[in-house]
Design a protein around this ligand. Structure first.
Ligand code: AMP
Length: 176
């Protein structure tokens, strides 16, 4: 069977020179790889109490929806600023150049709910750190942060672990 690593396509110099873009659309389009990625991400939490899965826009929605279904729990979107229609809590976070903002609905998670955060890839960890902080602002207990891909040279995992959240990743790639 094809490995998860082989199911991920790499596009060199996208979206700018020097970046190796790890494209999971090929993994998502491959029925066996998609199922396997979801099964392996949730494996440690099968049987544990999980109330919600929170996915980061946009690729985290695809994986997070499948994971929520698998764990029989709710799904919560964390979106770019201005996309959520009801009352929100927002957080700004640093990008390579400038800042960005992400939001969650104020009533998306109740205090004390156990939440798993999902995205496709962790690089510097800036995006996931902001998402964990948003969930923690709402009083959630973030039980894990799950990513298909880790770029270990950028050390994002350590930032999330420093917030007291265990990190699960399936495939590591070198570089940025
Ligand atoms: P970071 O905040 O640096 O951890 O970046 C993580 C976010 O940027 C995730 O939502 C990823 O989808 C995206 N991202 C960062 N680097 C890459 C890459 N090399 N290939 C694909 N997506 C990336």
């Amino acid at each position: 069977m094809q490995s998860l690593r082989d199911a991920i396509r790499t596009i060199t110099d996208y979206p700018k020179p020097g970046i190796q873009f790890r494209d999971i659309s090929t993994l998502l389009g491959n029925p066996r790889a998609f199922r396997r990625a979801v099964d392996e991400l949730v494996q440690p939490y099968a049987g544990a109490r999980v109330d919600k899965v929170a996915g980061i826009e946009a690729r985290g929605f695809i994986l997070g929806g499948a994971i929520a279904h698998q764990l029989s729990c709710g799904f919560v979107p964390i979106r770019k600023k201005g996309k959520l229609p009801h009352q929100t809590v927002s957080i700004s976070y640093a990008l390579e150049y400038g800042t960005d903002e992400m939001e969650i609905h104020l009533d998306a998670v109740e205090k004390g709910e156990r939440v798993i955060l999902v995205d496709d890839l962790i690089a510097t960890g800036g995006t996931a750190t902001a998402a964990v902080q948003l969930l923690q602002k709402l009083g959630a207990e973030v039980v894990a942060a799950c990513f298909v891909i880790d770029l270990p040279e950028l050390n994002g995992r350590r930032k999330i672990e420093a917030l007291g959240v265990p990190v699960r990743t399936l495939v590591a790639f070198e570089g940025h």
